[in-house]
Write a protein that binds this ligand. Structure first.
Ligand code: ZN
Ligand code: ZN
Length: 98
């Protein structure tokens, strides 16, 4: 599933525009916005892509830690999870030294 970050409408993974408000989900989905935010945060060193233990093979293959510029967009290409792609991002933070 994709969630529109403008109006919170949930749509299938293949939807490119929010049917309710017309937002471009490549930019204004919850996942796309969270990726943009992580990339802009200097404390975030790398981006982890997390998937459920029972996610489809495409999601399992995509799971892992990525350098910020190459982290893949969600939903994962070729995802066949029964409820749609449920992968999400987590930040890998820079160590803070006192
Ligand atoms: Zn919307
Ligand atoms: Zn999947």
């Amino acid at each position: 599933m994709r969630t529109c970050a403008v109006c919170n409408t949930r749509t299938p993974d293949e939807t490119e525009r929010c049917p309710k408000c017309g937002a471009d989900l490549a930019v204004d989905s919850a996942a796309a916005r969270s990726l943009t935010k992580l990339r802009a945060n200097p404390r975030v060193r790398d981006i982890r892509l997390m998937v459920r233990a029972d996610a489809c093979p495409a999601c399992q293959a995509a799971a892992g830690t990525y350098l910020k510029p190459v982290a893949p967009a969600l939903p994962i290409a070729g995802c066949s999870c029964p409820n749609g792609c449920e992968a999400f991002y987590e930040p890998a933070l820079n160590e803070i030294y006192p």
